[in-house]
Design a protein around this ligand. Structure first.
Ligand code: ADP
Ligand code: MG
Length: 759
């Protein structure tokens, strides 16, 4: 058995198990070793059955015996009695009024029980203890010898519960049990396969941060003897993951910095010209961000920058001022024409809105602006109606883009289709980048026609430094790459930004333009719901609009009675239309609708044909209806703080004072306290940090959308770890740019690197 061999070569599997492994993406023994338990059932026995002290609350691990239901003759109450044993002795257990309990705990079942010790010394018992049955497939782990699981390659077969064991629980997948993983890994460890793996983390780094080496960490993470071992192993694998991501980012950055771009002179003077032409002064934060970008324009390599700014902080102005400096610049060696800008928005509606804004900003300039979306193309100005845009054919628009006549092209992802080519694309701007993959981002970065205009040699000679990118593109005169600006309003914690955007420089808009009406956020208790509806109605009476956000699409699942059920968008839309707001039009928008239907509903909401939009969190990004001033969020405690902040950002688009109602389903202390943070703070970044600090690691599942695993997300709580990984990554890539001396790390980063060159 070796790490790269297939699991199926060594384990006999039934079809369900095969399917489950495939679903989990586990193919090789190496994959298996890197499939970590999600948690350890903390054995957490706090006492032994022998020597229980009356009046104390205890947790025991052991087995049930002789449970019997009976009727107490005096009170006529139902009762169940029996014994609970661990290795040290036994204690009497009893339940009142739970006649069926005996029927669902089988004789000899292994369980964890928690309760308060009753009786007196020598004659103690547990009444109505809580029971957690340990599933049979986990018992193997629970009852292994106290020397540590797999310590000697075999498990003890005496049925004695070791209360100090930690049982690994693997991510759930239909068809395969934690027990299967337990036994499979037992065999893998027994054959020392884990010792054959090359540790991707260089030994000096392991030493510097006191991290266990790979072989040791694998044992620790699957079969810890103590929770400090489990913690050390998790830290190590988190570091490994973050280091790999950071190295990929550092290499991407190095590659970016090896590309040539268009040099832009006098950018500052021209941007100032633009800023003088607008009605309001830019905020200090906007001035800083614009300055960061203009400075980058002066460098020989393309800018790669992220602009993070809360909803309404004025990112468009930063984009416009810097785009202005580009569309007023001549291509090198030319006496006519301009450099070009591409601006990509996440939705058709937003693209169209930005098209309008840029027409207003740039209408005095002798340039053409284009719009390209799935449903058509436009050009400004029109030949006939001065000051107006006109519809044009896609083919015509693309021709003008390619020959340089369109200075600025705005669009949805239709912008990155292969057929779209530019002549002198010098600047690409992406709004809400997290909606686009890295791959698409790169597609956009390489849109200049390579041949054609016949002036590429001028570029190379006059003004472009030759790329040093390790022999790539040798013999090919590569078209210059545009400067790249990504804009996002998604507040993410600093550690996460440093990790997933590690290849980008960062500018932050941490200030809102003055005169913004402050949002009032209120937590609505159960008995205040009607009051909240009346406050929303008062907005509607004034001609405004409202959102109602629900955590789920479908109606409650009748199979899950008893479980807490969140309100569904579909049911709420019906109810509100019929019972609460019959005099208004109540619309519905959710993620399972077709794009066309979604667009249609959003357009009707924009035109105020719909006054109340009941939606799932799909409205989080992209919907911009300044007339909407109220938002109600059902099941608010189900969302993260940053996400709630994003949602309420939908009504912070106008000068009317907006209101946000949070309607939690539960009244738990902790969730109320968390929601109160929103009443107090309206800084998205503060809230994102609060999210990271207050939600348990297990809640941070959202990481997958950024390609960060759960274990990696846990590490994001640890600023020092993230910084250390980043510094080490930059050091490694600087010293060994092709990772020739870091074979294992090179292989880890390969996937994303292949993607880099496939465009
Ligand atoms: P976002 O960062 O969410 O994209 P926008 O760029 O849409 O924000 O700006 C929100 C609103 O604020 C727009 O109506 C814009 O005209 C206005 N705005 C931007 N900058 C300023 C400023 N410095 N002073 C006043 N209003 C501004
Ligand atoms: Mg915006």
């Amino acid at each position: 058995m070796d790490p790269s061999s297939n699991i199926t070569d060594y384990f006999r599997l039934v079809p369900d198990q095969k399917a489950a492994l495939k679903r989990l993406g586990l193919h090789t023994i190496h994959d298996l070793l890197y499939h970590f338990p999600v948690r350890f059932d903390t054995a957490g026995a706090s006492a032994n059955a022998a020597g229980l002290v009356p009046g104390t609350k205890v947790t025991l691990i052991g087995t049930f015996h002789g449970l019997k239901a009976k009727k107490l003759w005096k009170s006529r109450r139902n009762a169940t009695e029996g014994w609970f044993e661990d290795g040290t002795g036994r204690v009497k257990v009893m339940w009142f009024n739970q006649p069926y309990i005996a029927s669902y705990i089988p004789e000899g079942a292994v369980a964890k029980v928690t309760g308060t010790v009753g009786g007196k010394e020598g004659r103690v018992y547990l009444t109505n203890p809580e029971v957690e049955i340990i599933p049979p497939d986990m018992v193997g782990a629970a009852i292994s010898s106290s020397k540590g699981l797999f310590a000697n390659g075999e498990t003890s077969d005496t049925v004695e519960v070791d209360s100090k064991s930690l049982f690994p629980i693997y991510p759930e997948s239909r068809g395969i049990t934690s027990r299967w993983f337990y036994h499979a890994l037992e065999r893998v460890f027994a054959q020392h396969v884990h010792e054959a793996l090359v540790d991707p983390i260089p030994p000096d780094i392991l030493k510097r941060y006191h991290l266990p080496d790979l072989a040791e960490a694998l044992i620790y993470i699957h079969t810890p003897e103590k929770d400090t071992h489990a913690a050390a192993a998790r830290k190590r694998f988190a570091f490994e993951e973050i280091l790999t991501i950071q190295i990929t980012r550092a290499m991407e950055r190095a590659e970016n910095d090896s590309f040539k771009t268009f040099p832009i002179s006098d950018a500052h003077a021209r941007a100032n010209e633009f800023l003088d032409s607008i009605a309001f002064p830019p905020t200090k934060a906007q001035i800083r961000a614009i300055d960061d970008i203009l400075k980058d324009f002066g460098k020989p390599h393309p800018m790669a920058r992220l602009l993070e700014g809360d909803v309404g902080s004025g990112k468009t102005l930063v984009a416009a001022a810097t785009a202005y400096a580009i569309v007023t610049a001549r291509p090198p060696g030319r006496t006519s024409g301009t450099l070009q800008v591409a601006y990509m928005a996440p939705t058709e509606i937003l693209a169209t809105q930005h098209f309008q804004s840029f027409i207003e900003y740039f209408s005095h300039l002798p340039i053409n602006i284009g719009l390209i979306t799935g449903s058509g193309c436009k050009k400004f100005p029109s030949k006939i109606g001065r000051g107006k845009a006109t519809e044009v054919s896609r083919a015509q628009l693309l021709k003008w883009v390619k020959n340089g006549e369109i200075a600025m092209l705005i669009g949805t992802h239709a912008l990155i289709q292969k057929s779209v080519e530019f002549q002198h694309l010098a600047y690409t701007i992406i709004d809400e980048q997290h909606r686009f993959g890295t791959k698409q981002r790169r597609a956009l970065a390489q849109k200049n026609a390579r041949e054609g205009a016949g002036h590429s040699h001028i570029l190379t000679e006059d003004c472009l430094t030759e790329g040093s990118s390790a022999g790539r593109n040798v013999g090919m005169s590569r078209a210059p790459s545009p400067h790249f600006l990504s804009m996002t309003a998604t507040p993410i914690p600093r550690t996460l930004a440093l990790t997933i955007y590690g290849d980008l420089d960062l500018s932050i808009l941490d200030e809102l333009p003055p005169g913004r009406a402050k949002i009032a956020t209120r937590i609505v208790k159960k008995d205040q719901r009607d009051e909240a509806y009346e406050l929303v109605r008062a907005e509607l009476v004034k001609g405004r609009q409202a959102y109602v956000i629900c955590p789920r699409i479908e109606e409650p699942d009748p199979a899950k009675i008893g479980a807490l059920q969140a309100r569904s968008a579909k049911a709420e839309q019906k109810r509100l239309q019929k019972d609460v707001f019959p005099e208004y039009e109540v619309g519905l928008l959710h993620g399972a609708m077709k794009p066309k239907e979604k667009d249609e509903v959003m357009k009707r909401f924009e035109r105020n044909e719909i006054q109340i939009l009941v939606a799932t969190s799909v409205v989080e990004v992209g919907v911009n209806v300044p007339n909407a001033t109220a938002i109600m969020i059902e099941g608010a405690e189900r969302f993260g703080l940053a996400q709630l902040h994003q949602l309420r950002g939908r009504v912070m688009r106008s000068s009317h004072p907006p209101i946000c109602f949070l309607l939690p389903e539960t009244t738990g202390e902790i969730s109320l306290k968390r929601l109160k943070t929103l009443e107090k703070s309206d800084d998205g970044f503060v809230l994102a940090e609060a999210d990271l600090a207050t939600r348990g690691a297990g809640d941070l599942r959202g990481g997958h959308q950024w390609g960060v695993s759960d274990i990696g997300m846990e590490a994001l709580q640890n600023v020092k770890l993230i910084q250390a990984a980043r510094e080490e990554a930059i050091r490694i890539v600087a010293a060994d740019p092709t990772l020739a001396q870091h074979e294992e790390l090179r292989m880890r980063t390969e996937t994303s690197h292949t993607e880099l060159h496939s465009e």
